[in-house]
Write a new protein. Structure first.
Length: 187
């Protein structure tokens, strides 16, 4: 009985959260719900395709003037790592590791926040540079692995082996790659 009750609560939350998104997009006035919790606190959208950062990243990916899938993958993964709209808009396409390091150094010098507060990030900028450097030098290998992967689990495992990419971030990146059709939709 408790399991079914919890399942119903979850379903009700999903429906109401989606209704809030629809009301907001229709420019209805706040409050978009009578639920006090949903009025007071922020929750992610039910579908990733409605997430503001994901929408912006997808639009950005479509503007990149390159046929090099390795560079597209690298950029997508770096931008998901920070998941911050203003960083995405400022950095845009990263053409090289030097380009990325210059952008990071300038933001640090300007005391600008690079990463979103959505993820608990206690690593130093040098740690992130090391992580991005590892992605940069392995971007071609990553592209090849994605082409021959037989499952999403295989891609997830490979992504999560990179420095500073744990299970949560690997899943976030995998969702982007799938949503943006950068990997096969057959699995």
């Amino acid at each position: 009985f408790i399991v079914m009750e919890n399942f119903n609560l979850l379903c009700n939350f999903i429906v109401e959260r989606e209704n809030i998104r629809i009301r907001k997009e229709a420019n209805e006035k706040f409050p978009w719900t009578i639920d006090e919790i949903l009025q007071t606190y922020k929750f992610t959208n039910i579908s990733r395709k409605h997430d503001k950062f994901t929408i912006a990243l997808f639009k950005e990916v479509k503007t990149w003037k390159t046929n090099n899938i390795s560079d597209v993958l690298f950029n997508t993964l770096v931008h998901r790592s920070h998941s911050r709209l203003d960083t995405l808009q400022k950095w845009q396409f990263i053409s090289s590791l030097e380009d990325l390091n210059e952008k990071i150094d300038k933001d640090v010098k300007d005391n600008r926040t690079i990463f979103t507060g959505a993820f608990t990030c206690s690593h130093s900028i040098d740690d992130y540079k090391k992580s991005f450097r590892e992605l940069w030098y392995n971007r071609d290998k990553l592209s090849r692995k994605l082409l021959v992967a037989e499952s999403l689990a295989e891609i997830f495992k490979y992504l999560s082996e990179f420095y500073l990419i744990g299970n949560f971030m690997a899943w976030q990146m995998l969702c982007d790659l799938k949503l943006f059709k950068l990997i096969s939709n057959t699995y």
